[in-house]
Design a protein. Structure first.
Length: 77
């Protein structure tokens, strides 16, 4: 089972909350900032991940701060 998604070098890891009926995840290859995402379906969680990364990069640029660069990590299949 592949529970990871990648976008623009950022790696998100997804888990299932059976009680809430949601998929939720976090970016695992950065340390300073905490970036999370969620969805009711894999497609929704993946889109929320993409949107969150784009928003993070846009917000950093607008604020004049440097976005944390993702670290290289081996993905598991």
């Amino acid at each position: 089972m592949n529970n990871q998604v990648e976008y623009k070098g950022y790696l998100g890891e997804v888990s299932v909350d059976m009680e809430a009926g949601l998929l939720h995840g976090r970016v695992v290859n950065i340390e300073r900032d905490v970036l999370t995402f969620r969805g009711e379906t894999p497609t929704e969680a993946k889109q929320d991940f993409y949107d969150m990364i784009d928003e993070y990069l846009s917000d950093c640029e607008a604020d004049g701060t440097v976005a944390e660069k993702p670290k290289e990590m081996a993905t598991t299949q």
